[in-house]
Design a protein. Structure first.
Length: 410
């Protein structure tokens, strides 16, 4: 078997400077110049990027038993959420997945639509009369309220949510930055942010819960006899992961539609058009833009050897631009989703660890976006296009300020 190719690297530190400077550019240039299996070096650690759907399926599905989450990125996220569905492996992961899955069955998710609509209407009321707003912040707060109410039965105050917005952003950005570092120590700001997060999560877990026929996530965890530590860890996982990814998808959707008024109007009138625009947003700006696995044993992918013990990464951001599967891959074109999806479309991952909240997220994004577009028109404040900020999730760097006005068309 051949050794996977890769770009030249610096002694000792490898590709760390390029990783820290522009990780998306580094990965995109790697697949452009070296193909669908590319070897990078982060200090002493080799990292293999797999960018063809066949190889991706091998890593995430058909040979998933050879690839676990005993990775550097998981260890950094473990600093935030501890042992949870996101960070566990093997039998422990299967136990947690089996226990929590009912909270995301279709019947349960459909039962959350009233909460999603109520929070969407609340957002509309708050934006009414404003000429300009920060879409990133607004989406984060709204999706946080949805997740807290739907999955944990907690109706949080604005003060609680406001107090969590900054520490959550810091925790996620620093955790990813440490991935591209040789020393990777936690800053004092990280420790302070963890205290703030824990205080907010304690508020969520202690909040009075409404009566419901369908058990929410918190009820399932208590039925499963979770310890206080386990309750805290899963609450952090779902509060962060459940609101962060959907909020980023909505922010990027508004960014793309704000500069395309005709498409924006089409989405306001036609739910199917909105669905295609959301799918295209998830293609170009997938909130989960990179997935890391640890190779337990050796493997062969695309004719290249994958040694045991290395990190293997799948990057939805790059495979969603693979020229063999997408025409004009850098162009925002929702109409491409009239056709069947190609295998190079994995915004929620693949295989046994596919995102447990996929249906929840899609329904929530559709309801919030549909409510906003039916009431308002959006346009950019700045002529500069939004810049992706790749951390644990793919945010818009610096937020997204938009002009807002009442929708004038029928």
């Amino acid at each position: 078997m051949r050794k996977a190719p890769g770009p030249p690297s610096l002694p000792l530190i490898g590709h760390i400077p390029a990783f820290r400077r522009d990780v998306l550019g580094l990965l995109a240039a790697g697949v452009r110049d070296y193909g669908d299996v590319v070897r990078f070096q982060l200090g002493p650690r080799p990292v293999y990027l797999v960018n063809h759907p066949d190889g991706i399926r091998q890593v995430l599905k058909t040979n998933a038993r050879n690839y676990d989450k005993n990775t550097r990125s998981t260890r950094f996220f473990h600093d935030i959420c501890g042992e949870s569905l996101l960070t566990s492996n093997g039998d422990e992961w299967q136990r947690r997945r089996h226990l929590l899955q009912p909270a995301f069955h279709r019947k349960a998710v459909e039962g959350f639509t009233s909460i999603m609509r109520e929070e969407s209407d609340t957002l509309v009321a708050r934006l009414d009369g404003h000429g300009e707003f920060d879409a990133s912040s607004a989406m984060m707060r709204t999706t946080f309220r949805v997740v807290a109410r739907a999955l944990f039965g907690a109706d949080l105050s604005d003060a609680t949510i406001n107090a969590l917005e900054e520490p959550i952003a810091l925790l996620l950005s620093e955790s990813f930055a440490r991935h591209g570092s040789l020393l990777s120590w936690k800053s004092r700001a990280f420790t302070r942010a963890m205290r703030q997060l824990d205080e907010g999560v304690a508020t969520v877990l202690a909040a009075p819960r409404p009566e419901t026929d369908v058990p929410d996530l918190l009820a399932l965890m208590r039925i499963g006899d979770y310890s206080a530590v386990d309750l805290r860890n899963e609450a952090v996982t779902f509060l962060l992961g459940g609101h962060e990814t959907t909020a980023n998808a909505l922010t990027w959707l508004l960014a793309y539609l704000a500069v395309r008024p005709d498409e924006q109007t089409r989405c306001a009138r036609d739910p199917d058009a909105l669905g295609r625009a959301l799918s295209e947003t998830l293609r170009l700006s997938p909130p989960i833009w990179i997935i890391e696995r640890h190779a337990i044993g050796p493997d062969e992918i695309g004719g290249f050897s994958i040694p045991a013990g290395v990190s293997v990464v799948v990057c939805p951001y790059t495979v969603h631009r693979h020229p063999d599967f997408w025409t004009e891959p850098d162009t925002f074109d929702p109409e491409r989703f009239h056709a069947a999806l190609p295998p190079a479309y994995i915004p929620f991952g693949l295989g046994p660890r596919v995102c447990i909240g996929k249906e929840f997220s899609l329904m929530e994004a559709g309801i919030i976006a549909g409510t906003l577009l039916a009431r308002f028109q959006f346009s950019p404040v700045s002529d500069s296009p939004p810049v992706p900020d790749p951390a644990i999730t793919l945010r818009v760097r610096g937020g997204l300020r938009l002009h807002i006005s009442p929708r004038s068309d029928p």
